[in-house]
Design a protein. Structure first.
Length: 248
């Protein structure tokens, strides 16, 4: 298995659950020290884990990850495209700088394309596989002053469906998860949020989400595990909402 954005947050939660199921893992992230800490943790449980440090928006990183999976484990069955960025500063599209736009699109969309491009031939050679892409409920319903992020996640859903159309017949199932409000923890990409911002987010989730709270990364990771497994053998091209009923 290859998973991106695994140094913290959802990627870390998913890596732990896959390791617990006995998966051999190639974990990709640009945060080298945090990634190596994760690898040490999982290796300590007996899991087979190999790190790849790099920028997921570069083809060379995707190529290295696939080469590593094949050389270390002999095959590639699962790809979890999870790496993403979500700027804390809320802006309209007019206020969004070209630099921020490019960063969001490159990490959130281009990386999934690059990793799928490299992984699919290896999966086909091995008899099939599963791809899970991290999209968002923001890709299904526009949020105020979050246009670039929402657009990138809508594109991720479109990418997922295109891959499913093109490759499901060759044994490659591709699905997306669409989380809603998720917890902000010290080690994830929202680490720079102030305590006031985190508290405000919890209050907002309590008001908007029918379940009355934010979701946890562990809860969402269970859906990733499901979509990557044979338990979802008739599911391809789906965009699974995991939002506590927020946009039901």
């Amino acid at each position: 298995m290859i998973a991106t954005g695994t140094a913290s947050g959802l990627g870390l939660a998913a890596a732990r659950q896959f390791a617990n199921e006995g998966a051999s893992l190639v974990l990709v992230d640009r945060a080298e020290q945090s990634l190596r800490t994760v690898v040490a943790e999982l290796s300590g449980t007996g899991a087979n884990v190999v790190p790849v440090v790099g920028d997921v928006s570069r083809a060379a990183t995707a190529q290295e990850a696939v080469r590593t999976a094949l050389s270390q484990f002999g095959r590639l069955d699962v790809l979890f495209n999870n790496a993403g960025i979500d700027p804390l500063e809320a802006t309209t599209l007019v206020e969004t700088t070209e630099e921020v736009w490019d960063a969001i699109v490159n990490v959130n969309v281009k990386s999934a394309y690059l990793f799928a491009k490299e992984a699919i031939p290896a999966m086909i050679s091995g008899g099939g596989g599963a791809i899970v892409n991290t999209a968002s409920s923001a890709g299904m319903r526009a949020s105020a002053r979050a246009g670039a992020y929402g657009i990138s996640k809508a594109a991720t859903i479109a990418l997922t469906r295109s891959l499913a159309r093109d490759f499901t017949g060759q044994g490659i199932r591709t699905n997306a998860i669409c989380p809603g409000f998720l917890e902000a923890i010290p080690s994830d990409r929202r680490a720079t949020m102030s305590e006031e911002q985190k508290a405000a987010r919890r209050v907002k989730a309590g008001e908007l989400v029918p379940l009355g709270r934010e979701g946890t990364y562990e809860e969402v990771a269970k859906s990733v595990l499901f979509l990557a497994s044979s338990e979802s053998s008739y599911t391809s091209g789906a965009a699974l909402l995991i939002d506590g009923g927020w946009i039901a």
